[in-house]
Design a binder for this molecule. Structure first.
Ligand code: G3H
Ligand code: 13P
Ligand code: NA
Ligand code: ZN
Length: 328
């Protein structure tokens, strides 16, 4: 059944687990996420970005998630709008049937320029007022995603803030977070701790200086009743990176957020963990490998079944590691 984000995250907090929130754009991703959840009895968060709606078309995206709910009626499913850049985008998502929206007021509507605290509070609060009136949950974001590696936040993937960000902008301030939650009444708060979207997060395995799990602990100590959200939380599986490159790809060496660091975050208030890149990499790696090894095949269902299997294995591993397995 379709449920709100608030319902799921309250249950997650009461039972000390976290939920992966997977981005979806197509049938194979939805199938992989649902089949894995069914096998390990996990609740599900599926999220659609503005880019996903542009790719699939709003009716296709909506019906894919509705089809998942119909096929797996015993699994609670949240249909979440990822990174809404404006109140208008959030309203459209609510009209479309989403049970949860993210108002990302950390950036201006161009999705690039860092916003002021006042702007962020105003747009987020207005979305909370409208959404709560119709039973829809709201995720807000305070702080800008970006790399702490070289002391500045230069983005390489075209997502999120552009140019150089200060250390302060890249790490959410615990006192500001408390003020933000009080003023906006968001159901969940995305925080910045040095992660970024896409595959190119860290040029070497992250340390406490580049992935600030300690900041999660400080924020959680300040606002223990707020559900925290980690964005840019793909682990960038090294085995899939190798397979992609072994079968014709050319991805540079790169590292993601280790699963054990996410689990440490979950011990300190993280309840929603956004993952897109890991499924993209598994999908591309499985496709490249299948086509290279089966050059005579031309039925897309053959390689699409392989990509689904590859994504499903990652989904299952995350449900188990984050503790949502068995909680549906
Ligand atoms: O926010 C980032 C997600 O990975 C969605 O990416 O905008 O390319 O769909 P997208
Ligand atoms: P990744 O690119 O690390 O998968 O992050 C996805 C995300 O944060 C979507 O909002
Ligand atoms: Na989101
Ligand atoms: Zn994100």
């Amino acid at each position: 059944a379709l449920v709100s984000l608030r319902q799921l995250l309250d249950h997650a907090a009461e039972n000390s687990y976290g939920l992966p929130a997977f981005n979806v754009n197509n049938l194979e991703q939805v199938k992989a996420i649902m089949e894995a959840a069914d096998e390990c009895n996990s609740p599900v968060i599926m999220q659609g970005s503005a880019g996903a709606r542009k790719y699939a078309g709003e009716p296709f995206l909506r019906h894919l998630i509705e089809a998942a709910v119909e096929m797996f009626p015993h699994i609670p499913v949240v249909m979440h709008q990822d990174h809404g850049a404006s109140p208008a985008i959030c309203i459209n998502a609510i009209k479309s049937g989403f049970s949860s929206v993210m108002m990302d007021g950390s950036l201006m509507t161009d999705g690039k320029t860092p916003a002021t605290f006042e702007y962020n509070v105003n747009v987020t609060r207005s979305v909370v007022e409208m959404s709560h009136a119709v039973g829809v949950s709201v995720e807000g974001e305070l702080g800008c995603l970006g790399s702490l590696e070289s002391g500045h936040g230069e983005k390489e993937d075209g997502h999120g803030a552009e140019g150089v960000l200060s250390h302060d902008q890249l790490l959410t301030d615990p006192n500001e977070a408390a003020e933000f939650v009080k003023l906006t009444q968001v159901d969940a708060l995305a925080i910045a701790i040095g992660t970024s979207h896409g595959a190119y997060k860290f040029t070497k395995p992250p340390t406490g200086d580049t992935l600030a799990i300690s900041r999660i602990k400080e924020i959680h100590a300040r606002i223990p009743n707020t559900h925290l959200v980690m964005h840019g939380s793909s682990s960038v599986p090294q085995e899939w990176l190798e397979i992609i490159n072994q079968f014709g790809g050319a991805m540079p060496q790169t590292y993601g957020v280790p699963v054990e660091e996410i689990v440490e975050g979950i011990r300190h208030g993280v309840r929603k963990v956004n993952i897109d890149t890991d499924l993209r990499m598994a999908s591309t790696g499985a496709t490249r490998r299948y086509l290279a090894q089966n050059p005579k095949d031309f039925d897309p269902r053959k390689f699409l079944a392989e990509t689904t299997k590859a994504m499903k294995a990652i989904c299952k591993a995350r449900y188990e590691a984050f503790g949502s397995a068995g909680q549906a």
